[in-house]
Structure formats: C-alpha cells, structure tokens
Design a protein around this ligand. Structure first.
Ligand SMILES: *Cc1c(COP(=O)(O)O)cnc(C)c1O
Length: 402
C-alpha cells in the first residue's frame, strides 16, 4: 500500500465514504406540474378509460414517430400484448437475449410458446443477428431484440431475417425511449416497439407501458387485448348511448388509468431535456473512464444515438485483485448506489428447472455478467453527483489494482 492511499482507506475497510448519503442508481423526477395534472384528473369525471388515455397515446405516437400507440398497465403487460398480437401460441418459438429483465422472455411463456435464447454481441451486449439466424426453425414466429442500456439493437438485420422467414420483430425498448437508430427515433422501426414507464425509466407513470406500431391490425388487437378482448370501451359505449358490446378474443384488464396518463402527458414534455442530460452524463463518464485502469466503459456504434437508461461498465478483472462482488460492495460502502443488469435469464431457477440450462450456453452474456456494474444514471443527477461516482470508482479501482 502506498503512502497516498492511507488517506484513501475504503469505506468498506472503515474509511470515510466518498458520499455521506446513498446516491441511487436511478430515480424519477416529479415536479409541481406533474402533481397538478394528476390532482386535476382526480377531480374530473374519468379516473380510467377517460380522455387522458387517448391524449397520452397520441402524444407518445407523435413523439416517437409511430402511427399508433397503445398504453398498458406496465411494460410487462405491453410485452404480453405484443406477444399475443404477433400470434405466438403453443408450439411456437421466439428468439431473445439472455441479458435482459426476465419479462422479455416471460411474455413468450405467457402465450404458451417457447423462448429461445441467442447470445449477445461483445461490444453492445445486444442480441447477435448472426447467432439469431442459426436459431431460426420452422417453429420460430418472432424475434425480441432488447436495446440493452438504451443502445439500439441491430434492428435492420432482424427485420431482414424477419422478412426472409416471415417473422415478427417485437423490440423491447424499455431502456431506449428517445434512442435513435440510423437517424430514426425508435418506435416504428420494428413491427412493434415496447416501452415501460416504471419510475427508473426515462418517463414515468408509476407503473405503465406502451406498444407503438405502424400496423393498424396490430393496434386494433392490442386495444382489445388490454380491455378483456372487448371491441368497444366504456366511454365509446357511453357516447354511442347503447349497452351492447362484444368480447371477441381472450384479453386481460391491462388498462392504464387517467391519473397515470395525465402524469405521462406532463412527463413527456420533459423528455428531450431528460435525454440530453443523460447523454451529457454518459459523455462525462466515458471521458473519465477511458483511461482508468480496471474498467471498460460501454461502447456505442456509429449508427445510433443511445438513450442511456443505464451506464454499465465492465470491470477488467485481469487488472484487479478483486471480483465484481467485492468491487460492488466497496462502491456501495462509498454510498454509490451501483446495481447489476442482468443476471442472465437462463440462470434463474425457473428457467434452469423448466428448460434444463446448466450455464455455459451463452458465453458472451455470461462473461459480461461476471464483470458488469451499472453506475448511477438519471437525469436529475447533479455534476457533483457525477464527480462522486467518478471519485468513488477511481478510489476503489486504485485500491484493487494489481
Ligand atoms: C423495465 C423493463 C421491462 C418491464 O417493464 P415494467 O414496466 O417494469 O413491467 C421489460 N423489459 C426490460 C428490458 C425492462 O427494463
């Protein structure tokens, strides 16, 4: 241990932490205009199936540049609906990434179909199109790429495969609202694009989700699916002045409330500023970490502009006398709220037991998982917060450097 490091005793070893209070890895921003909008809706006639739903959907469709946007009670419900609309059923397969939140693969299981994994690309940790091509069988119906951390997946390659094999591309863009792929905002590039409005995401409605699409048939099915499979909603019935409706498919109650949509309508106004702040923070992090021993910052391809839901670094374990768990605990002790995204889906007991995964099937995702740490990334982080993260990482990695 060098003399200089005496003053830099890690908090995990009893030293004083870089921050006095915990900086979370993500958090929502709610201002007075958000609160007012929700309160106004609470005083209105419609708490659900009211006018705010269509207003929010139209605003989202316009913002992402898609013809249709259909809201849901969560991103997971939106994924389920997209899986349904794509026609997935028992006996079918859908190919997705193992390095994602379990909901991406679970939505395939909800339809009684089988999720098939393909490994990710080493640089962006998004689904590898060449490996997807090797997993296509006559039973394959859909591909579900994930825009990991907010970096768009290689969508054109998946669309080409889909064209060739008659498949549907459902993009899990829950990390990537506002990201651009080859000059276009995500939302109408894939056949269906799924967003989440959980509080850690770019825009929040508490819980909530959305599917955007240019396809009117998908949009109609998505509408019905979220409302019990009924072909007309309560407000339309009231306007039409009659009681009759028909249930035409087996749907769910996956509706988002008017309070939630009122909040979403305010939040969407702040999306541009939110995205530019995240991009600023990412640029600052990347500049700092470029030459910091022991870490590899996330890589960005030339043809995209990521939305930076996460800022995941990969540790260079060959240069460190500690594993990811140790570095993680040391950073937490410095009051930097790091996280890990994700435990590969096929490592979860449910998937192991049901499909017989033993580990080792997807080496790129698995090797990345051993090294990944998500640093704090949210739009209301101050420059001081960013400094703290940089200082804490520098302190911890310097300590463990071989
Ligand atoms: C957040 C998230 C979801 C699920 O969204 P919820 O709104 O929490 O249901 C699905 N996939 C990914 C990749 C996510 O990050």
């Amino acid at each position: 241990m060098t003399v200089a490091s005496v003053s830099e005793v890690l908090a995990i070893h009893g030293g004083s932490p870089v921050r006095k209070t915990l900086l979370p890895y993500a958090r929502q921003s709610i201002d007075e205009s958000d609160i007012q909008a929700v309160v106004e809706t609470l005083r209105s006639d419609w708490l659900t199936t009211g006018p705010k739903i269509a207003e929010f959907e139209e605003a989202m469709a316009a913002w992402v540049g898609a013809k249709y946007a259909v809201s849901f009670s969560s991103g997971t419900a939106a994924l389920h609906a997209a899986a349904f609309a794509s026609g997935l059923q028992p006996g079918d397969e859908a190919i997705t990434s193992p390095l994602t939140f379990a909901a991406t693969a679970n939505c395939v299981l909800y339809q009684g179909a089988t999720p098939v994994f393909a490994d990710v690309l080493e640089d962006t940790l998004t689904l590898d199109p060449d490996l997807v091509a090797t997993r296509i069988t006559p039973r394959t119906k859909a591909i579900l790429p994930v825009d990991y951390a907010g970096h768009p997946a290689d969508l054109d390659s998946f669309l080409q495969l889909a064209d060739h094999h008659g498949l549907i591309v459902i993009e899990d863009a829950c990390h990537a609202l506002g990201a651009e792929y080859r000059g276009r905002r995500l939302g109408s590039v894939a056949h269906m694009t799924v967003f989440s409005f959980h509080p850690v995401k770019h825009l929040t409605t508490g819980e909530g989700g959305m599917v955007t699409t240019d396809n009117p048939l998908f949009a109609e099915t998505l509408h019905r699916f979220r409302n019990h499979g009924i072909n007309i909603d309560a407000r339309q019935r009231q306007r039409a002045g009659h009681w009759h409706y028909e249930m035409v498919l087996l749907g769910f109650n996956y509706r988002l409330t008017d309070m939630a949509c009122a909040l979403g309508l305010q939040q969407i106004k702040k999306l541009e500023a939110n995205l530019s702040r995240r991009r600023q923070i990412a640029a600052r992090y990347s500049a700092e970490f470029r030459f910091m021993a022991g870490t590899v910052p996330p890589r960005t391809r030339m043809d995209v502009n990521p939305a930076w839901h996460l800022y995941p670094i990969r540790l260079d374990l060959a240069k460190l006398a500690a594993d990811r768990g140790k570095v993680f605990q040391a950073l937490r002790a410095e009051n930097v709220g790091v996280n890990v995204h994700y435990i590969p889906v096929h490592h979860h007991p449910y998937y192991r037991d049901r499909f017989g995964y033993i580990g080792g099937e997807y080496p790129v995702a698995e090797a990345a998982y051993e090294r990944l740490i998500s640093l704090p990334m949210f739009h209301s982080m101050t420059d001081g917060d960013v400094d703290d993260v940089v200082r804490a990482l520098d302190k911890v990695l310097a300590h463990f450097e071989k």
